[in-house]
Ligand binder design. Structure first.
Ligand code: PGA
Length: 253
């Protein structure tokens, strides 16, 4: 299984900026071999990204989706709208959506199920806040988030899932988790999935680390036995820095 490096652009980049970034990044795609590279632009730039990436190996992801196929949900986006642009992955339950937009486990569970139902691969984000960590609740929080999101998972559809361990305090702070903490969380996630969903699901499960990943530290996370990729925010916004990041990741393969 390839490592998966995903760029989460959050609320950054217009369609024009997206086109420029994609044109620049695909010039180096030969040097990405062995790493699955994924760009998750805002919804408004999916069309531009899709056109720019269409002949390349770089894949497209969305940052969120609604669980219904269509309907009266002003401002929301449904899976069929993403599929039209060749979107393959969708980030679900990012901490900014949980904590800033009030997304709860029930909504996240519906989104995961809807993604799988539509053959989109979910990147489920889990991770504790700083306070939870200080209170020694990290493991309990991760298990609760996994149970909430994956509570009624359809095991026949749950292949190729990605779970991103993203401690909230590490996101955008410049303060990445330690290698031990990242590995411990990944082991916990894998064990939870094995115990609850069995070997078939775990065989194709990839666990990413996210939170202040940079060119200087990506290698140490990818060298960990249980980490198979990274979810990258800030360091994915400049084409040169993102290219360097993927090339650094490749050295870990
Ligand atoms: P960061 O964001 O790399 O800027 O810390 C990661 C994320 O939120 O996915």
């Amino acid at each position: 299984m390839d490592l998966i490096i995903a760029a989460n652009w959050k609320m950054h980049k217009t369609a024009t900026e997206t086109r420029e970034f994609c044109d620049s990044v695909i010039q180096n795609e030969k040097s990405f071999k062995g790493v699955e590279v994924l760009i998750c632009p805002p919804f408004t730039a999916l069309s531009a990204a899709s056109a720019a990436l269409k002949d390349s190996s770089v894949k497209l992801g969305a940052q969120n989706m609604h669980w219904e196929q269509q309907g009266a949900h002003t401002g929301e986006i449904a899976a069929p709208m993403l599929l039209e642009f060749g979107v393959e992955y969708v980030i679900i339950g990012h901490s900014e959506r949980r904590h800033l937009m009030g997304e709860d486990d029930d909504q996240i569970r519906r989104k995961v199920n809807a993604a799988l139902e539509n053959n989109l691969k979910p990147i489920l984000c889990v991770g504790e806040t700083e306070t939870e960590r200080e209170q020694g609740l990290t493991e309990r929080v991760i298990e609760k988030q996994l149970a909430g999101a994956l509570g009624d998972l359809d095991l026949n559809k749950a292949e190729n899932m990605v779970v991103a361990y993203e401690p909230v305090w590490a996101i955008g702070s410049g303060k990445a988790a330690s290698e031990d903490d990242a590995e411990n969380a990944a082991v916990l996630i894998r064990r939870y999935c094995l115990n609850n969903f069995g070997e078939k699901v775990v065989a194709s499960l990839r666990i990413q680390y996210g939170g202040s990943v940079k060119v200087g530290n990506i290698h140490s996370f990818l060298a960990l036995p249980s980490i198979m990729g990274a979810l990258v925010g800030g360091a994915s916004l400049e084409a040169d820095s993102f290219r360097d990041l993927v090339q650094a990741a490749r050295k870990a393969v």
